[in-house]
Design a protein around this ligand. Structure first.
Ligand SMILES: [Zn+2]
Length: 153
């Protein structure tokens, strides 16, 4: 296991802890997100419904930063769930679009959108199409979705 991969697991565990802070919803997943700079220092973090009832974890983390923050193009974003590629709230940009706009370098996720609320999430594919490295830590998927069991059919 490389040092980078080992670090990824630590940050993902932090994101999982944040996901547990999300107010539970019958219609949306609880997700945690952490943005880490190239120097390995946390820049921002967020969780589902942190600031309002519709905000997503990655969105909440990005909303705390200047969109032109010079650390973003070198950053890694850890999200417990695959970033959404479309949203029920039409007035808000999908997290995939927000991440592309921010210009982040890497995205690390633990589990993929299972199609409970959105039929076909293509967040990972879309990020990769734009040259962003996407890592899936499948061994942490169970833990990362453990607070969403009430939503699994
Ligand atoms: Zn989202």
């Amino acid at each position: 296991m490389s040092d980078e991969t080992r670090g990824d697991r630590g940050w993902m565990r932090h994101a999982i802890g944040l996901a547990r802070l999300s107010p539970q919803s019958p219609t949306a997943f609880s997700v945690g997100a952490v943005i880490v700079g190239a120097d390995g220092v946390e820049i921002s973090h967020g969780w589902s419904r942190e600031t309002d009832e519709k905000v997503h974890a990655e969105e909440s983390a990005l909303n705390k930063l200047d969109p032109d923050d010079p650390r973003l193009p070198h950053a890694t974003v850890y999200s417990t769930l695959e970033p959404c590629s479309q949203r029920a709230s039409q007035d808000r940009a999908p997290c995939t679009d927000r991440l592309l706009r921010a210009g982040v370098r890497r995205v690390v996720i633990a589990w993929r959108e299972p199609g409970t609320f959105v039929v076909n999430c293509v967040g990972v594919e879309k990020l990769r199409e734009h040259g962003i490295e996407v890592i899936e830590l499948q061994d942490l998927a169970e833990e990362a979705m453990s607070m969403n069991r009430h939503l699994r059919l």
